[in-house]
Write a protein that binds this ligand. Sequence first.
Ligand SMILES: Nc1ncnc2c1ncn2[C@@H]1O[C@H](COP(=O)(O)OP(=O)(O)OP(=O)(O)O)[C@@H](O)[C@H]1O
Ligand SMILES: [Mg+2]
Length: 365
Amino acid sequence: MNPFIVQGYTLPELFCDRDAERAALEAHFQNGRNVVILGERRMGKTALIRRSLEGRAGMTIDLLSCLDLREAVEKIGWALLAREGVHNTRHTSLWQRFLAQFEVQFTADPATGAPQVGIRLGAGRSPQPALESIGAYLSRLEPGFVLCLDEFQQITHFREPGAEATFREWMQAFPAVRFVFSGSHASLMRAMFSEHSRPFYQSCEMMELKAVAFADYAPFIRRHFEADGRTVPDEVLEAVYRWARGTTHWVQAQCNRLFDRAGDPNLQDVREVQRAILASLQGFFGQIRNQLSPVQAATLTAIAQSPDGIPQPTAMEFLQRHHLPAASSVRSALHSLERLELVMQNDTRRWMLADPLFAEWLRTR
Ligand SMILES: Nc1ncnc2c1ncn2[C@@H]1O[C@H](COP(=O)(O)OP(=O)(O)OP(=O)(O)O)[C@@H](O)[C@H]1O
Ligand SMILES: [Mg+2]
């Protein structure tokens, strides 16, 4: 079995580090604090949530597919139903109140014929009372039940206005439930929880998920190769980590492919694996670039040339070196690229591509 997972979360021994984050989350849960988990794309937010919920009462709902409050409430309701079972006998009156909000449908899985349960909000029912019935039930489950809403920024795109206020009121109405909000769109998430005029302003603890430190990742990788009777030189570990800029998913993706090859991995293997990963992303990156305006594409490509970031992409010297147009055009392109989460400023306020592999792809094309 390949010990380097590239999807979701499976076993604790295949999950690297995050001890400090898990301890911090545990302390938040124990002390009744709700949490927002922020971080760059593919850093491991969702996997951390899954790991932290292991052995504790809770559930995670991914809101990415939901277009409005109704769909979100149906998805949360469905998760609760799947967890408790239709014939649940705990807290009977609260359970009946919850079920009364929904129409439960039994269907057969078209592929396997296995019975499936689905739920929809009952005809003429509005989402708010259903949400309230879910909160009331969750409050009576195990103390400190953890409800994680992943891809939570999706509520800012809901068809109806006011979804933020609805969720904020819901959270406040049920202090016995611990809420975790997470999302892959860091700037939308940050804005929702830190802008003064928004309902969730300063209502939660903010947890920034950074890259796993090299000092923690290297022994994890080495250990899994050694368990297979193989040795990994330091230079290989460094090359893998640096190329990925520590982004968990890209470290895992390289290790997964390196493990798949025979023998002790060397730098030549690393280069081949990196080329294969970039090749697999060719269509994806090409499509993103084709959707950009010429100035946006040129600005992105220019920034990508410096893996360590650019302090001032509108400085005359930078514009001239990369044959970019006037500073005002580049500034507005930069804002658009930031909104699209394609560029970001790092801790030292240097501009860089949000995805280290996209930068590499632009550099090596
Ligand atoms: N601590 C870890 N150890 C090993 N693999 C991990 C760890 N954390 C995450 N991964 C792996 O890295 C990948 C990215 O993780 P995950 O999907 O949790 O990131 P994310 O931050 O939620 O991404 P997105 O921003 O796209 O929502 C997954 O393939 C996951 O299996
Ligand atoms: Mg995620």
